[in-house]
Design a binder for this molecule. Structure first.
Ligand code: BGC
Ligand code: BGC
Length: 448
């Protein structure tokens, strides 16, 4: 595997995390409950009954974690803000002690020479808003804009660029359609108003950020979709899935229209959720950067029975991660070129805001992770050579953490191993590899 890549001198290297996955301290300093606290407490919801109550205890150990980032030589750190830490019931009075945590975090990052890249929503909705319908309730979008205002007013003097939402596709499908993530609703396609309300929230928050001279990004989980065969049936199924997974979350923002969802049985107004003027609210603010979270391509076949209009099938003959996800680095190259061809001038600069893999029995010599990162960076560098504007790469993840429904131990994604009993952090081989890669890139990029 190559350990050097032809990337622009100002290419930015980062690592990513999310609040509920690392912070812990769920009852500290006035934080309110989130949907994930409530969901994880349900018997059977999370593997081994784990919760994020302690997770990596990052709330207390952030100085040590920033020292690890500094050791890597990161340019940027992507984290998420816990909405219920700042606004315990999602709206109303600000919890000063909760907000102060992010103030300290941002200052400590800046002291370490690391640019903070916050995500405002990475799935931990305040439970009080879920009690009012969560993302199925249009009002949640307006509460989100108020929360964005609080954050931008407090940190905007030090934080230039913001990600509004993380992966509205995954949150809608796992949280509202299938129920395997919080809030555990099983609405199938009737979950899609939750997608529209998240996109509306994105648009409203992007306007808030722009009004303050700040940059707005959106992180989407995108996957190149391939039909299982060239047959008309498999091709139609693949197009239906592509509309749901990819275009639903990117077309309205970049093109100002929804894709055709009729193959899914979803009406144009998404069951009445789309009001006149909404598309403008989503599209007009514009997007300063597209965050791309990439894990794997998806192979789709025509359905074999009643139910969904597509079947997701495995991609055999390639390696799979501990999660069972196919490892196809070339798919990242293909996806980046597809985005360029599909959106043309409407496509803003791209930042890879997540990419990584879980490794079984993950220990310090994590060779499979190094191979995964190297192969994906090679694919990324080829897309740059093909003219795609890609500004940075944030690996998922800095630390082993609370992997949602999979709990703490089964899917370790970190460059740093975390012993959850002692909170001891041990850098893995991938940590040293990434550190050396960043240092070498910087050395080559210095003027001679
Ligand atoms: C996707 C991942 C996503 C995961 C949700 C997978 O099928 O490929 O990108 O994070 O589902 O747990
Ligand atoms: C999410 C992360 C998650 C990762 C691995 C992404 O879908 O944004 O929170 O840990 O994939 O499943």
């Amino acid at each position: 595997m190559p350990d050097r890549f032809d990337l622009p001198a100002d290419f930015r290297w980062g690592a990513a995390t999310a609040a509920y996955q690392i912070e812990g301290a769920v009852e500290e300093d006035g934080r309110g409950p989130s949907v994930w606290d409530v969901f994880a407490a349900r018997p059977g919801a999370v593997r081994d009954g784990h919760t994020g109550a302690v997770a990596c205890d990052h709330y207390h150990r952030y100085p040590e974690d920033i020292a690890l980032m500094r050791g890597l030589g990161l340019d940027g750190y992507r984290f998420s803000v816990s909405w219920p830490r700042v606004l315990p019931t999602g709206a109303g009075a600000v919890n000063g002690a909760g907000l102060a945590f992010y103030d300290r975090l941002v200052d400590a990052l800046l002291d370490a020479g690391i640019t903070p890249l916050p995500t405002l929503f990475h799935w931990d909705l305040p439970q009080a808003l879920e009690d009012e319908g969560g993302w199925l309730n249009r009002d949640t979008a307006y509460r989100f804009a108020e929360y964005a205002t609080v954050m931008a007013d407090r940190l905007g003097d030090r934080v230039p660029a913001w990600i509004t939402l993380n992966e509205p596709f995954v949150h809608t499908v796992y949280g509202y359609a299938l129920g395997t993530h919080a809030p555990g609703r099983t609405l199938m396609f009737e979950a899609l108003p939750a997608a529209h309300h998240q996109l509306l929230a994105h648009g409203l928050a992007a306007s808030v950020l722009h009004d303050r001279g700040l940059l707005a990004m959106l992180s989407n989980n995108l996957t190149p979709v391939e039909p299982a065969s060239p047959s008309a049936e498999d091709t139609a199924a693949a197009e239906a899935y592509d509309a749901l997974h990819n275009r639903l979350f990117t077309d309205p923002v970049l093109l100002g229209r929804y894709p055709d969802l009729s193959a899914l049985g979803v009406p144009d107004d998404i069951f009445g959720a789309v009001h006149p003027g909404d598309i403008d609210l989503i599209h007009t603010p514009g997007l300063d950067g597209l965050g791309l979270n990439f894990y794997n391509p998806t192979r789709v076949a025509a359905p074999t029975g009643p139910g969904l209009p597509f079947d997701l099938v495995d991609i055999p003959d390639v390696p799979h991660t501990a999660f069972g996800w196919p490892v196809v680095p070339e798919a990242l190259h293909r996806l980046l070129l597809n985005l360029r061809d599909l959106y043309g001038k409407a496509l803003p600069p791209i930042t890879i805001t997540e990419n990584g893999c879980s490794v079984t029995e993950d220990t310090v010599p994590d060779r499979p992770r190094i191979d995964f990162m190297a192969a994906h960076l090679d694919a990324l560098a080829r897309a740059v050579a093909d003219g795609v504007d890609i500004r940075g790469y944030y690996t998922w993840s800095l630390l082993d953490n609370f992997e949602w429904a999979e709990g703490l131990f089964s899917q370790r994604f970190g460059l740093v191993h975390v012993d959850f009993a002692t909170q001891r952090r041990t850098p893995k081989a991938s940590y040293a590899w990434y550190r050396d890669l960043i240092a070498a890139h910087r050395a080559r990029s210095l003027p001679h």
